[in-house]
Design a protein around this ligand. Structure first.
Ligand code: ATP
Ligand code: MG
Length: 351
């Protein structure tokens, strides 16, 4: 069997450089390697309603922004299927059947969900729709028979939840669903890129992002305001590299060629780190290097973005065509699921 790949993002804001290194870059590479049968990329609008049901306009507006980010990064609708989650009602139906296979305590034990509940102050009034979103992710993944899911590491508990649902379903109703595997970025720092404020995760809902759509000036400003080592006050002070977000981003993005181009007095990042640790290397110099590196990565993405911004109808066409195609596949899975469960009454009663 060849691979079937599925991933997605919540349209809660434009995509940021954490998405890029955490998942998007992997998707584009997999797409271009071509070692797959089908690749689906989903804009998870229905899932995003779980914590945004009172702000639908935000979700609606960001569907196009996320789609433009995808296309600007090189996702190619001729090679993959791009679609909108709520266009596929079969996903909701699958979610409903899978709900019987999961307990509430299992859902609230999920470490990512736990963190998100705290962040959103949902402790005392937890919306049912929000806490069940890992079940809807299981529906998204299994509906397309995906075996590979490229994600950042905050999604590992979701993939595990999907695997449990698949095993429970298959053992109860017979071998029907495919058990998926997470694909993490090889470079460990890319699995959860921290925020510009030093927070453990860059997140759309956390306001600590550098967006793929940010222009050069904004990137420069954000980098200059980034968290470093608070004890590195004078240039001559020895500095810490661990937990210093500027160095984490350099680890995630900078190539040796870029180091030589923008900081020719060094041969590689290790030499820069050593100099910083010894003392004598100022934050501003390292930040300038990072801004150059990021702008080099973002320039081609920005250029493509300008095209799609001016051709939004083309983007909507891509999304709706993709959704039509995805719907057919999801219907086939739903038919299989209902048959396995024995609730395909029309077929049974006709016999
Ligand atoms: P929100 O704050 O609204 O949840 P988000 O920034 O977490 O938004 P999602 O749409 O939830 O973005 O995540 C989409 C994908 O991007 C997931 O695979 C997730 O693991 C990955 N991802 C998100 N943030 C990061 C990050 N900081 N580093 C690496 N990967 C990330
Ligand atoms: Mg998230």
């Amino acid at each position: 069997m060849k691979n079937i790949i599925l991933t997605g993002d919540r349209p809660t804001g434009r995509l940021h450089i954490g998405h890029y290194v955490g998942s998007l870059k992997n998707r584009v590479e997999m797409q271009n390697e071509g070692n797959f049968d089908t690749m689906y990329v989903m804009i998870a609008d229905a899932q995003a309603l779980g914590d945004n049901h009172d702000n639908i306009q935000k979700i609606r507006n960001n569907i196009i922004e996320v789609a433009i980010d995808y296309l600007s990064c090189g996702l190619d609708p001729n090679k993959i299927t791009l679609f909108i989650q709520s266009e596929i009602p079969q996903l909701t139906e699958l979610t409903f059947y899978y709900m019987n296979l999961v307990t509430l305590s299992r859902l609230t034990r999920n470490p990512t969900v736990k963190e998100e509940i705290k962040l959103r102050n949902f402790e005392t009034s937890l919306p049912v729709g929000f806490v069940t979103y890992p079940i809807s992710q299981a529906a998204d993944i299994t509906a397309f028979n995906a075996n590979l899911v490229p994600v950042g590491d905050d999604q590992l508990p979701m993939i595990e939840q999907t695997r449990e649902i698949v095993r429970a379903f298959n053992s109860l109703y017979g071998e029907t669903l495919v058990e998926p595997k997470a694909v993490l970025p090889k470079n460990e720092v890319c699995r959860r890129l921290p925020g510009t404020d030093g927070n453990a995760k860059m997140g759309k809902s956390l306001g600590n992002c550098i967006y793929l759509a940010d222009d050069e000036k904004t990137v420069n400003q954000k980098v200059m305001g980034m968290y470093t080592d608070p004890n590195h006050i004078k240039v001559s002070d020895p500095g810490k590299v661990e937990g210093n977000v500027v160095f984490t981003y350099l680890d995630a993005f900078a190539t040796n060629e870029q180091i030589k181009k923008y900081a020719p007095e060094y041969n590689n990042l290790e030499e820069i780190k050593e100099h910083y640790k010894r003392g004598g290397l100022g934050d501003v110099k390292v930040k300038k290097l990072l801004a150059n590196v990021l702008n080099e990565v973002l320039t081609p993405i920005r250029e493509k973005r300008a095209y799609y911004e001016a051709h939004k109808n083309e983007v909507y066409d891509i999304l709706f065509k993709g959704s039509d195609k995805a719907k057919q596949v999801a219907q086939q899975t739903l038919d299989k699921v209902k048959k396995a469960m024995g609730i395909n009454y029309r077929d049974i009663l006709k016999q």
